[in-house]
Design a binder for this molecule. Structure first.
Ligand code: UT7
Length: 323
C-alpha cells in the first residue's frame, strides 16, 4: 500500500517577539496570570509586510530545502489557515505562485486550530488514492490580525507563525512497521460554534470580524475530546501510550496539554511544548512544534509521533506517524 512519508519540514516566524511584560502595558494583565493559566511567556507577532502567505512561503521554502526538492517536485499544496491574506483566492494558491509553481493543485483547509491535522489527513488521502505524489502541507496563521486587543481574555493567548511538512507517496508493506502516516481520526461538532468563533465574515457582516472565545467553556470540553480521539487512534493501530516516542499536541494551553497527557498515561518527557515561546498559533502550532523537536534532534527516523489538535467548530483530531 501507499504510505505518506514525511521527507521535509520547515518553519517561519515573524521578526518581532512580544513578551507578557509588554502586554501588561496593553491590557489589564500580568506576566504571572498568563504564565500560571496558560504557560505562555512570549509570542511572535507579524509586522508590516509579514502576512500568512509570506510566513507560509518562508516555511515552504525551508521544507523544500530540507528535503532537497524544488517546487517542481510538488504536485499538491494544502494550507491550513483561518487567517488568509484574502477571502479568496486561497492562501495555498498565493503561496504556490510565490514559489513559482504553476502546475498541480493548491487549496486551503479551514478547521481553525485543528487545521493542520485536517490538512495532513486530506493530503494523506490524496497520496493514498494516487491523486498526488508529493504534497506540501502548511499551517500558517496571523491570529494577531483578528484579535480584539482590548479583550484581555483572548489577546494574550495567540501568536503568529507558519510551519510546513512535505509528504511523499511511498510504496510500503502495509504494516505498522512502515514509515509514514499510520492512522488519522477527524471529528467536528458545530453545536459548539458560540464558544469559539469570529464575529464577522464576508456573507454575514462583510467584515473580517474579531475572535471571540468562552475560554472556560472550551477548556471544559478540550481534554475529553482530545483523549477520546487519541484513544480511537490507539484502537485503530493496536498501540498505546507506551508505544509513543513523541506527543506533539496543539499548543493552546500547557494545562490542557498536561491534563491530556496525564489522562492518556503519556510520559511527560515525551511531550513537546512550545506554547511558552510561540503562544497559540492555531493551525501553525503543530508544525512549529514538530520543527522545534526535529531541529533539537529529539524526533528521529522511525520514532512514533502522535499529533493532536482541538479548536473552533469544535473540530478535533489526531494523527499517528512513524517518522
Ligand atoms: O486553540 C483553540 C482552543 N482554545 C483553547 O484551548 C483555550 C481554552 N481555554 C483556556 O485555555 C483557558 O480557559 C484560558 C487561559 C482562556 C482562561 O483560563 P481560566 O483558568 O479558564 O480563566 P477564566 O476564564 O475562568 O478567568 C479567570 C479570571 C477571571 O476573573 P474573575 O471573573 O475570576 O474575577 C478573568 O476575568 O481571570 C480573569 N482574566 C484575566 N486576568 C488577568 C481573564 N484574562 C485575564 C488576563 N489577565 N489576561
Amino acid at each position: 500500500m501507499i504510505r505518506s512519508v514525511v521527507c521535509g519540514y520547515g518553519s517561519c516566524l515573524p521578526k518581532r517577539v512580544v513578551t507578557n511584560q509588554e502586554l501588561e502595558g496593553v491590557v489589564a494583565t500580568t506576566d504571572d496570570w498568563i504564565v500560571q493559566r496558560t504557560g505562555i511567556r512570549q509570542r511572535y507577532i507579524a509586522g508590516d509586510g509579514e502576512t500568512t502567505c509570506s510566513l507560509g512561503e518562508g516555511a515552504a521554502r525551508a521544507a523544500l530545502d530540507k528535503a532537497g526538492l524544488t517546487a517542481a517536485d510538488i504536485d499538491l499544496i494544502i494550507v491550513a489557515t483561518s487567517t488568509p491574506d484574502n477571502t479568496f483566492p486561497a492562501a495555498a494558491v498565493d503561496i504556490q505562485n510565490r514559489l513559482g509553481m504553476h502546475h498541480g493543485a493548491a487549496f486551503d483547509v479551514q478547521a481553525v486550530c485543528s487545521g493542520f491535522v485536517f490538512a495532513l489527513t486530506t493530503a494523506d488521502a490524496y497520496l493514498q488514492s494516487g491523486l498526488a505524489k508529493r504534497a506540501l502541507v502548511i499551517g500558517a496563521e496571523t491570529f494577531s490580525r483578528i484579535l480584539d486587543w482590548n479583550d484581555r481574555s483572548t489577546c494574550v493567548l495567540f501568536g503568529d507563525g507558519a510551519g510546513a511538512v512535505i509528504l511523499e507517496a511511498v510504496e510500503s508493506a502495509g504494516t505498522y512497521a512502515d514509515r509514514g502516516i499510520l492512522a488519522s481520526k477527524l471529528r467536528s461538532d458545530g453545536q459548539h460554534k458560540e464558544k469559539l468563533y469570529v464575529d464577522g465574515g464576508p456573507s454575514s457582516t462583510q467584515t473580517v470580524g474579531l475572535l471571540r472565545m468562552q475560554g472556560r467553556e472550551v477548556f471544559k470540553h478540550a481534554v475529553g475530546m482530545i483523549t477520546d480521539v487519541i484513544e480511537s487512534v490507539f484502537e485503530a493501530t493496536g498501540m498505546d501510550a507506551d508505544d509513543i516516542d513523541w506527543f506533539v499536541p496543539h499548543q493552546a494551553n500547557k494545562r490542557i496539554i498536561d491534563a491530556s497527557a496525564r489522562k492518556l498515561g503519556i510520559d511527560p518527557e515525551k511531550v513537546v511544548i512550545t506554547v511558552d515561546r510561540y503562544g497559540n498559533t492555531s493551525a501553525a502550532s503543530i508544525p512549529l512544534a514538530l520543527v522545534d523537536a526535529l531541529d533539537a534532534g529529539r524526533i528521529k527516523d522511525n520514532d512514533i509521533v502522535l499529533l493532536e489538535a482541538m479548536g473552533g467548530g469544535f473540530t478535533w483530531g489526531a494523527v499517528m506517524i512513524r517518522w
